[in-house]
Write a protein that binds this ligand. Structure first.
Ligand code: HEM
Length: 457
């Protein structure tokens, strides 16, 4: 890791003289436009004053991003406040340093290797089940059905939920995520918070959620086949920290909710953007259909990478300076400052992505994306735990759609970006018109083989 702690005199990137309240308002109501305007004016590093969150340096140069993501957490650690205040004390978003490292160790195995492979079948099943209900020949919003698919996948893969608990969580969790997403953007206190008071409603939902999860944990602990189960809940209740202690039930509940909140809407909105892009790129769509029919996947994988580059659903992530000061490129940033990476701006950097405004999946065919310029999953010790899970899920769902449907293309302008709180979605929900393919293909999943094979029906 880069040693970047210093006790030097602060040297901050330039910033606007605009009143701090207006800077906060700009970031609250027009985050992307505000950071883009600041970048045009001040370059790839600038300083914002955002009461009540404090002072923040925003960076969008891949070299600075690399330095930040490789700096020790004791120097650039978890940002405060963070999503933990909504998701709970036991959420990984709330942890820093050693506690964070240990939690990552517990959380990583369920999302990699053999475990991940075990989820592919249920992902294909959920995608097919939802696709069977899509109407033909009339315009639909795809975001909503994608939300159902990703919710069902997480409820099965992460919570191991079935029957009435599955039904109850299916109803409860989207409401909690929606309300939580709004709470995450609001300060802890103030006029707006006391007038709107979303916290009370949120806490009532959370109490019911805790009861359902307590029931799932009790069921898991009493399950004689617990060791054979693949769901994350079963793995977490069996896991032990390095000192041999198990996770408390409260922390298991916080973490499961975290996984759902972090993984459900992000994946669904990326899929909705994928549909939105493909409808406007007929040649690409044609090549993808040819590829899927031939059992290939390279262009599809590249397409997902390019959707995530050009339409990142999370547009920023942040760290906070914990050392007396931190050197970042030519800047020296004092303790307590936030350092925000604008994912959105980094991924439009011309030096990293020539013709960055062009939607061109071929740039990733046969070429892996750069770790510090292609960052939709963030980076460093806090990089998204569910990145491999989400990538597999998006691939399986897109593959299923290409096999099942003909997607009608359009000359309409691209959908605008719409903030849903934490994630950015296509403003019209990724509208699509589909027709069932005349010779539909069925997906069979061979768990020994990464690529699913298509069998003509
Ligand atoms: C396309 C889908 C997704 C996107 C774009 C996304 C994006 C992100 C980003 C930007 C971060 C912050 C990383 C950083 O600060 O460096 C993050 C963290 C995280 N994500 Fe994802 N994510 C996705 C799907 C998922 C899924 C499916 C899961 C789990 C089921 C998940 C679980 C998490 C967790 C637990 C963290 C916190 C990691 C930590 O603090 O150590 N995400 N994600």
């Amino acid at each position: 890791m880069t040693e970047s702690a210093t006790a030097d005199t602060p040297r901050l990137p330039p910033g606007t003289r605009l009143h701090p309240a207006l800077q906060s308002l700009g970031m609250l109501v027009a985050r992307r436009a505000t950071t883009a305007a600041m970048r045009r004016r001040y370059g790839s590093a600038f300083t914002l004053r955002l009461p009540p969150f404090g002072r923040i340096v925003v960076v969008s140069d891949p070299a600075l991003v690399k330095q930040l993501f490789t700096t020790k957490p004791s120097i650039a650690g978890n940002a405060e406040p963070n999503l933990g205040r909504v998701l709970g004390d036991g959420s990984i978003f709330n942890l820093d340093g050693e506690a964070h490292r240990q939690r990552r160790k517990l959380l990583t195995p369920p999302f990699h290797g053999r475990r991940l492979k075990a989820y592919e079948g249920l992902m294909a099943e959920e995608a097919l089940r939802e696709a069977a209900t899509w109407p033909q020949g009339r315009e639909i919003e795809t975001l909503e059905p994608f939300m159902r698919i990703t919710l069902n996948i997480i409820l099965r893969a992460v919570f191991g939920a079935r029957g009435k608990e599955l039904d109850e969580l299916r109803e409860l969790l989207p409401r909690m995520v929606e309300l939580g997403s709004r709470l995450a953007l609001l300060p802890e206190s103030g006029l707006l918070v006391s007038v709107v008071n979303p916290r009370g409603r949120y806490q009532a939902l959370r109490r019911r959620y805790d009861e359902v999860v307590e029931g799932l944990i009790a069921g898991a602990l009493a399950d004689p086949r617990l060791e054979e189960r693949d769901d994350v809940l079963a793995m977490l209740v069996q896991s032990r920290y390095e000192d041999g202690e198990p996770m408390s039930h409260r922390h298991v509940a916080d973490e499961l909710f975290t996984l759902l909140a972090a993984g459900h809407e992000t994946t669904a909105t990326t899929l909705a953007w994928t549909v939105e892009r493909l409808r406007r790129h007929p040649r690409l769509l044609h090549r993808l259909v040819e590829e899927v029919d031939a059992g290939g996947s390279e262009l599809r994988h590249a397409t997902i990478l390019e959707v995530q580059r050009t339409r990142p659903v999370i547009v920023a992530t942040a760290r906070q300076v914990k050392a007396p000061s931190m050197r970042l490129g030519e800047w020296v940033i004092p303790r307590g400052y936030g350092v925000m990476v604008s994912i959105d701006l980094v991924q439009r950097d011309e030096s990293a992505f020539p013709h960055a405004d062009r939607f061109d999946p071929d740039r990733f065919v046969g070429a892996a994306p750069d770790t510090y310029a292609w960052i939709p999953f963030g980076g460093g010790t806090r990089r998204c735990v569910g990145a491999a899970f989400a990538t597999l899920e998006m691939d399986v769902v897109l593959r299923t759609l290409l096999q099942e449907f003909e997607l009608r293309t359009t000359y309409e302008p691209g959908e605008r970006w719409h903030s849903r709180g934490v994630a950015f979605a296509p403003a019209k929900g990724g509208r699509a018109v589909v027709h069932r393919r005349s010779a539909p293909a069925r997906v069979t999943v061979d768990v020994r083989d990464a690529a699913a094979r298509t069998v003509p029906a």
